[in-house]
Design a protein around this ligand. Structure first.
Ligand code: C2E
Ligand code: MG
Ligand code: MG
Length: 731
């Protein structure tokens, strides 16, 4: 039968999908039969033509492939290759011909230097290449002379021939090389680990150097082994054991010598060869963390004593107050202040003051339980928080214990020193329940303890507020008085004892208070020192008094008192020179009175400022001589122009030999050191007579005049010269 397949005429109605499917299947089944019939009828020419067409189609198909394709027969002769193959091996393309043996083309290529890998071992290379050809399956890389790298993938076919694929992987190789370079030369320690089991595949030299491992040691470790064992549980729970996505998290790593370092880890997924892997960079931040910890420590602790500072005390007190809400336990806040620290600091110097504060901090700390907190709030102010304390007796006994341990003598610079402390106490919940209010109330109670004679403790009471308000008021009144120019300067004459002439005036501040009348400087100068007004007030006195003095007779000098606190603030030289310049007063007419407290600080800078001021021609006097600690040694430190014997010795003249002996001794000292000696506080003729008799140069006191406003200076000058004239004939 010529045709077993009869095409049915299309049915007028639309065929169903099922029917279509059936028809297609039926057509497919009938096709071989049709082909047989056709083959029998086909001529050889037709068959050749069809084979030719198929061959052409196949060629076109393989030419379209992006890879190079080559087919060799069982003898390794070229059967077929595509354009891509010819273009990959363009240097050898002239050799490709059907029937030519691959081995021959290779040999010619090698001799022309097309395969740099073969250089020096040509025959061996060719032999290896050919033996690979007949592996059932082979994959290898081959470098060719134009610098490209070709991936060769070959398989044996059933007839013993070979089908090969060629892929140009030069770009991939370049990327790999630059990755390796970046990895190897990177200063940051880096590791590559297999993705599935996290086994470390490689580590760069920075990692080996930093961690102290040898490359072979690392090859048996996983990424997890680098971590500190104590962190393994966290690591598991944080990453679900899947350490792939680190983005700067901080972990602890162990070096080869088991020391722990803090590292910030960054990771990303890569492929090494054909293995999925993790690239893992670890930046050592141990130093940074230490520095941060140090900064945090410094921000929370007092640098001198190591106790908590105000900020940290507040934080911890707040935490206690929060937990108190659950526990219901009481809290006590104690503010502690030394009663005589300022005197010690001023007289013994800052180094001694610092050492005292350090010893004191230890003693306070030692009286406390573990949960209690000791803090230094600043200067000589300390605070203690007693956590979980429900009985006032307990609090009182701690307060008393602190007072007692601080009363024990302190050994400083070979001296035994005694201090007393006052303590103010506020309780939570009865007095307040916030950190701020507790500290404020304990501070108010401290004021009360000081008022009540110091060296004792007091509990907060609501009325205490009023007293503090009063102190605040005086501070603000003083501020206002200074700003509004209400402070007055009065002048007290200094008289040359053997001639009776006025040698100068001492400027003494007066504060006429609108409600309280004149407030003495002994009361408001310490307040000015504490509330930061001492510099502007001293500078005001310097300027005003220098200006006033320019109106006096030329031989009358001006003496101005300088508080040690003023020197601590700085710029004293500048203030003095500016006052002189602005007023036009000759520097030789100005005397600055300082007390030995200033020299006791033993600071080079104070001495150099004094020398500089003296260099201007200004004279320097030692005021209140004899009232301090060890006056004599301080006379050696600076060449004073004048010593002012404190008024207390002059008042003692009439009461026995002691004061007289001291005054005589000072006279001896003064004359041998070439310093003028002035006696303060002369009130009687007999005091004057004694001082004249022992050779005292100068006197000051109510006998001559009290300190009076500037307008009275001419009258004082007049009165004193009259008195002198009246006395002269009698002499
Ligand atoms: P000071 O420098 O020793 O001044 C002498 C003090 O003795 C003055 O007291 C003066 O009025 C008083 N005085 C003078 N003669 C007699 C007397 O015969 N008998 C008695 N009982 N006292 C006499 P004032 O003015 O109350 O000053 C006290 C202290 O205040 C001064 O002692 C001085 O240290 C300080 N001061 C006064 N004005 C200033 C100032 O402008 N700056 C500084 N930093 N301190 C000042
Ligand atoms: Mg004075
Ligand atoms: Mg004095």
């Amino acid at each position: 039968m010529a045709h077993t397949f009869v095409r049915k005429s299309p049915s007028p109605s639309k065929p169903s999908a099922q029917a279509n499917l059936h028809r297609v299947r039926a057509r497919k089944k009938s096709r071989p039969a049709l082909r047989l019939v056709q083959d029998r009828d086909e001529s050889l020419a037709q068959r050749l033509q069809r084979a030719e067409a198929t061959n052409k189609q196949l060629r076109e198909a393989i030419d379209m492939l992006p890879q190079g394709v080559v087919v060799l027969d069982r003898d390794g002769r070229y059967v077929l290759w595509n354009q891509q193959y010819a273009s990959i091996y363009k240097k050898s393309a002239d050799l490709f011909e059907i029937g030519v043996r691959l081995e021959d083309t290779l040999r010619i290529g090698v001799s022309r230097g097309d395969y740099p890998e073969a250089a020096g071992r040509e025959e061996q290379w060719i032999a290896e290449r050919i033996s690979r050809l007949y592996q059932p399956k082979d994959r290898h890389e081959q470098w060719i002379s134009d610098g490209r790298c070709i991936l060769i993938d070959e398989r044996l076919t059933t007839d013993g021939g070979v089908v090969g694929l060629r892929v140009d992987i030069s770009e991939l190789k370049e990327r790999e090389a630059s990755f390796r370079m970046l990895f190897e030369a990177n200063p940051v320690p880096m590791f590559v680990a297999r993705k599935d089991d996290k086994v470390i595949l490689s580590a760069n030299s920075a990692a080996l150097r930093h961690y102290g491992f040898k490359a072979e040691e690392l090859s048996t470790k996983t990424l997890f082994d680098l971590h500190h064992p104590e962190d393994h549980a966290d690591l598991e729970s944080f990453y679900g054991g899947n350490a792939e996505l680190f983005a700067g998290q901080t972990w602890r790593h162990l070096k080869a010598d088991r020391t722990s370092i803090d590292v910030a880890i960054y990771s990303s997924s890569i492929t090494q060869g054909h293995t999925p892997a993790i690239l893992f960079a670890a930046i050592d931040i141990t130093e940074r963390k230490l520095a941060e910890a140090k900064v945090a420590y410094l921000a929370h602790h007092d640098a001198l004593t190591g106790l908590a500072n105000r900020v940290f005390l507040r934080e911890r007190l707040n935490a206690l107050l929060t937990s108190r809400k659950r526990s219901g336990n009481g809290i006590a806040v104690l503010c502690i202040d030394l009663d005589n620290f300022k005197v010690i600091n001023d007289s013994m110097g800052h180094a001694a003051g610092d050492s005292l504060l350090q010893q004191l901090a230890h003693r306070i700390q030692d009286t406390l339980r573990k949960d209690d907190i000791a803090a230094r709030l600043g200067g000589d102010e300390f605070a203690v928080v007693l956590a979980n304390t429900n009985h006032a007796v307990e609090v009182s006994s701690v307060a008393q214990r602190i007072i007692d341990v601080l009363r024990e003598p302190f050994e400083i610079a070979d001296l035994s020193m005694n201090v007393t402390a006052s303590v103010g106490i506020a309780l939570c919940p009865s007095d307040a329940d916030t950190a701020e209010a507790l500290l404020k109330n304990a501070d108010l109670a401290l004021y009360q303890a000081k008022e009540d004679g110091k060296g004792c403790y007091r509990y907060f009471e609501a009325e205490m507020n009023a007293r503090v308000q009063a102190r605040r008021k005086i501070e603000s009144d003083l501020h206002h008085a200074h700003m509004s120019g209400a402070l007055e300067i009065h002048y007290q004459p200094l008289v040359t004892l053997n001639s009776g002439e006025v040698s100068g005036f001492e400027a003494l501040l007066r504060w006429p208070h609108p409600e309280r009348g004149y407030i003495p400087p002994s009361e408001f100068i310490p307040i000015a020192e504490e509330c930061g007004l001492i510099a502007p007030i001293t500078d005001f006195v310097l300027h005003r008094a220098c200006r006033d003095a320019t109106t006096w007779p030329k031989k009358a000098r001006l003496a101005v008192n300088m508080s040690p606190q003023r020197f601590r603030i700085g710029n004293v030289f500048q203030a003095v020179s500016e006052a002189l310049k602005a007023s036009g007063l000759e520097p030789e007419r100005l005397e600055l009175e300082i007390t030995e407290a200033l020299l006791l600080e033993n600071s080079e800078s104070v001495l150099s400022i004094l020398h500089a001021i003296r260099g201007l021609g200004v004279r320097i006097s030692m005021d209140d001589f004899g009232t301090g600690y060890s006056s004599l040694s301080y006379l050696r430190m600076f060449p004073f122009d004048k010593i002012k014997i404190d008024g207390s010795f002059v008042r003692g003249i009439g009461f026995g030999n002691e004061s007289q002996a001291i005054i005589r001794a000072i006279m001896g000292l003064g004359s041998s050191l070439g310093m003028t000696i002035t006696a303060e506080g002369i009130e009687t003729e007999s005091e004057q007579a004694f001082l004249r008799a022992v050779g005292c140069d100068e006197g000051q006191g109510f006998l001559y005049s009290k300190a009076r406003p500037v307008a009275e200076v001419p009258r004082i000058l007049d009165a004193l010269s009259q008195a002198y004239l009246a006395q002269a004939p009698a002499k």
